[in-house]
Design a protein around this ligand. Sequence first.
Ligand SMILES: C[S@@+](CC[C@H](N)C(=O)[O-])C[C@H]1O[C@@H](n2cnc3c(N)ncnc32)[C@H](O)[C@@H]1O
Length: 266
Amino acid sequence: MALNPGWRTFALFPTNQSGVFLKAMRSSGLSSYSWGHYLWRGTGSFLDPEMKAFLEENTEVTSSGSLTPEIRLRLLTPRCKFWWERADLWPHGDPYWAIYWPGGQALSRYLLDNPAIVRGKSVLDLGSGCGATAIAAKMSGASRILANDIDPIAGMAITLNCELNHLTPFPILTKNILDLEQGKWDLIVLGDMFYDEDLADSLHRWLKNCFWTHRTQVLIGDPGRPQFRGHSIQHQLHKVVEYSLPEPTRQENNGLTTSIVWDFQP
Ligand SMILES: C[S@@+](CC[C@H](N)C(=O)[O-])C[C@H]1O[C@@H](n2cnc3c(N)ncnc32)[C@H](O)[C@@H]1O
């Protein structure tokens, strides 16, 4: 598939680009607000109507092309205007939430196939994006879920995606949780979060603390991104399962063919 060169290239995460994206995210001033401002129990009625209309107009509801056809999501697809449009015409930050990344797909598939991993447990989905892995945890019986993403638009997208799947929305936090005191979670899941070296370092430190303080189980989904394969965290991982990616996901991700769920054991 020929992709608009200006737009979807960020899906490939060349190091120099992802650095700029993350800097832009980090300098957005989110950390100057109180926790409460960013914690909401999303229901459609809390969504800014203009933003809701924007999301509905510029995404497509789909359940095909991923590892989890049982989850419906609003995503950016070739039938959306901005798939083809020049990237600089997009009026918001980069829409990571509009893509269902291979790392998240593998994690979600694993939770749906192995509900015992989450049933009755508290689960944090860090870097939730479209919210699919948090949704999979909810569908599999997690007792408490927090979806966390520093992009406030991701928070709205997750809310819409919960509704699409007829789920009572779970809390969503759009603040950088890595700056906060560690909460106690039974399980933390991270899909495709190791795409930037600085972020990978911060996550590694933070996850080690969670593990040693609370004995939290940590599952990481990753399709073999260089920043993950080359990181020192590799020495502390145990492979849980490897999935072959569906063709549409392969095409969108520059030929990545599999995605792996790893158990972090520092
Ligand atoms: C590649 S996307 C993965 C989304 C989702 N987990 C998936 O697999 O489909 C990475 C997400 O992490 C979010 N993110 C980046 N830095 C973060 C941070 N420090 N805390 C929480 N979310 C962050 C981004 O906004 C983005 O939505």
